[in-house]
Each structure stands twice: as C-alpha cells, then as structure tokens.
Ligand binder design. Structure first.
Ligand code: PRP
Ligand code: URA
Length: 208
C-alpha cells in the first residue's frame, strides 16, 4: 500500500532540496527534518503499553511510563539512506540501525548488494530508508535480502518516488507498505527521477 505524506512543511523543505543551487549542508538538514516529519505518519499506527514503572507529575498525579510495543530497526540503503537515519532516530531514540550496501550499475541500472548487517532483535519492525525510489530495483533487492534473513514486518520509507518504482515494490513485495513525501512524474533515460532532486548520495556527501 502506498501512502504519500502531504504536509506543507514537507513541501517547503522538499522544494529546497529540489533546487540545484542548494548546498550539501542545507540539503542534509532539510532531509533530516523531512525524515522526522514523515515519522509521524510512518509510525502512527504503532501500539504502546503501560510499563510497571510509574512517575509523578508536578501536580502529584501518578502515571505509568509508556513504551512502544515494537522494537524498531532502521535499515538505510547505503549510501544515500544514511541521510534519513538521524531524522527518524530523533523521533525514536531507541531504534537500532542496520546497513544494507547497494549501488546501481550505471549502465544496466541493476542494483548490486555489497554489504548487509542488521541487528538481531526478536520480532522487530524493520523500516528500510532511502531518499530515492527510482526503478525500485534497490528497494526490492534490499527487502528481499531482509526477508531472506527471516525478518517479516517491513516498511519502506522514501522521500521521492515514481510510479515505476512503486509498481516494482508492490509487485514483488505486496506486504510492504510504502511511504513517500512525493510521487514524481517519471524516470529519464539514465534512471533519474524527474523532476526529482538529482543524485541524492552525491548531494548528501558532496561527492560531485
Ligand atoms: C540511489 C538511491 C537508491 C537507488 C534508487 O543510490 O539512493 O538506493 O539509487 O534507484 P533504483 O530505485 O533505480 O534502484 P545509488 O545506487 O546511486 O547509490 P548511492 O546511494 O551510493 O549514491
Ligand atoms: N538515485 C538518485 O540518487 N536519484 C535519482 O533520481 C534516481 C536514483
């Protein structure tokens, strides 16, 4: 299921990221902030429980501490996915982080896996994060790699996607909810999203 998260604050920040003149620092900060804002929607259905431990309010009332029923693993697809981790982790400080190394072959656009390490946690919710969902190849392969290791409860959180990428993930992984901040028009002949925001990894890390 696809959810596009519409919010004026997200749209303003996304327009900063789309601007080719935006420098790496502001690009990263905007991505961070959008990832935090998106978290409200991505995690809004999570259930919580009362802990045994109680605390007292300044008015003398006694209340139970609350805790999420889920253990969260954030799984950024390297490199660009790393740019979304802090924004989400600011909202969920207990989240643990895995890493999935993947790059697209520039000619074939096929994703190639080069690294995989997720924390071992019982019944976690694994959230794959990556700013770009283009052909969908990287996301599909990352989710398959996660499932192969026995993880079941998985969500995909991207900033900008396009129909081709969404269709690819929905076809291969219909059980994985997809969250986007924007669904753009199409891909160009080099597999870049239009209008998109260019090469997310290069803009985050200043490699070009
Ligand atoms: C980008 C992006 C995604 C992938 C999306 O990564 O961060 O992982 O491309 O494209 P796809 O949907 O067609 O697979 P890239 O391969 O450029 O690597 P990088 O993050 O190291 O720059
Ligand atoms: N990867 C990017 O970084 N940008 C795109 O537009 C497509 C894939």
């Amino acid at each position: 299921m696809l959810t596009i998260i519409h919010h004026p604050l997200i749209e303003v920040k996304l327009s900063i990221m789309r601007d080719a003149k935006t420098k790496s620092k502001e690009f990263r900060e905007s991505l961070d902030e959008i990832a935090s804002l998106m978290s409200f929607e991505v995690f809004k259905d999570l259930t919580i429980h009362d802990e045994e431990e109680m605390y007292e309010t300044p008015t003398g009332a006694k209340l139970h501490k609350k805790k999420l029923d889920y253990k969260i693993i954030l799984a950024p697809i390297l490199r660009a996915g790393v740019g979304m981790v802090d924004g989400v982790r600011n909202m969920i400080p207990t989240a643990r982080i895995g890493h999935i190394g993947m790059y697209r072959d520039e000619k074939t656009l096929e994703p190639i896996e080069y690294y995989f390490k997720l924390p071992v946690v019982e019944n976690p919710l694994v959230v794959v994060v990556d700013p770009m969902l283009a052909t969908g190849g990287s996301a599909c392969l990352a989710i398959s790699a996660i499932k192969k290791r026995g993880y079941k409860n998985i969500r995909l959180m991207c900033l900008v996607g396009c129909k081709q990428g969404v269709d690819a993930v929905e076809k291969m992984h219909p059980d994985v909810p997809i969250f986007l901040a924007a669904l753009d028009e199409k891909l160009n002949e080099k597999g870049y999203i239009l209008p998109g925001l260019g090469d997310a990894g290069d803009r985050i890390f200043g490699t070009k």
